[in-house]
Design a binder for this molecule. Structure first.
Ligand SMILES: NC(=O)c1ccc[n+]([C@@H]2O[C@H](COP(=O)([O-])OP(=O)(O)OC[C@H]3O[C@@H](n4cnc5c(N)ncnc54)[C@H](OP(=O)(O)O)[C@@H]3O)[C@@H](O)[C@H]2O)c1
Length: 231
């Protein structure tokens, strides 16, 4: 049986740890990595729609196909998440919508033909608990929250579409918890040591979640403890 794992946004902290995990545990698996960075053996993509389409057109399907998407931004070009609506900035919001929502969905759009009726498929996309509307009691972080909420909504749409197209494919929106990567660096000072996870730990939690996929009709929004998050 052929197995193919596609890692998108492969230059990120969690993505690199996830790749190492697969290398160690699945030496036979075909792994494709895609990144905007120059990484040896990875496919380069500039995240424009043309570039995403070209990259995806050259990828092959497999009996077992997993797509793992890690793309996401929080601080962007010197702009930080908004503490108040006063700070809402359309350029910052558009950049976050592009990296956090549009880029993952364009990849999935162009990878959709690889998911056949008999494919045992899995799609995991890094989301964030703050994308939960139900869980939003504190407010703030308007753009980041909204970009992840939009991502979650689209993943639920995709799960509905896949029910007919590729019924053995599971879609997971994954919340890693606060993880020690470039993305969280500016926000780590108030996080206790036991709540700041290593990329290796989070990668192992994602790996174990993806290794026991439940055949679900709907997309799952799940945290690092494998507990469901309210949408
Ligand atoms: N770290 C945390 O505490 C935390 C908490 C909740 C959710 N998350 C989510 O986890 C995911 C992985 O983040 P990380 O913690 O590993 O951070 P990271 O090391 O900063 O990785 C950033 C990721 O985003 C991609 N990326 C960077 N700029 C981009 C752009 N302009 N357009 C599209 N993609 C871009 C990178 O891909 P390439 O560089 O390979 O192109 C990489 O996959 C993100 O979706 C993030 O929102 C992280």
């Amino acid at each position: 049986m052929s197995v193919h794992r596609i890692i998108i946004g492969a230059g990120g902290g969690i993505a690199k740890a996830f790749y190492q995990q697969i290398l160690e545990l699945e030496p036979e698996t075909l792994i494709t990595r895609i990144s905007s960075q120059d990484i040896t053996d990875a496919i380069h993509c500039d995240y424009s729609e043309t570039s995403i389409r070209e990259v995806c057109q050259n990828l092959s399907t497999a009996d077992e196909l997993s797509v793992h998407i890690f793309n996401g931004q929080l601080v962007s070009e010197g702009s930080f998440p908004e503490k108040s609506l006063k700070a809402f900035d359309s350029d910052y919001f558009q950049r976050l919508i592009h990296s956090n929502t549009i880029v993952p969905m364009l990849f999935l759009k162009y990878l959709l033909p690889l998911f056949k009726p008999k494919t045992r498929g899995l799609i995991s996309v890094l989301s964030a608990r703050v994308g939960s509307i139900d869980d939003n009691h504190l407010g703030g972080w308007y753009s980041y929250r909204a970009s992840k909420s939009a991502l979650n909504q689209m993943l639920q749409c995709l799960a509905a579409e896949l029910r007919h197209r590729s019924p053995s494919t599971t879609v997971i929106a994954f919340h890693p918890g606060t993880t020690d990567t470039e993305l969280s660096k500016p926000f780590q000072k108030n996080v206790s040591a036991e709540r700041l996870f290593s990329p290796q730990f989070v990668a192992s939690r994602l790996y174990s979640l993806c290794s026991q996929p439940v055949s679900a009709d709907r997309a799952l929004f799940t945290d690092w403890q494998h507990e469901a998050i309210a949408w």
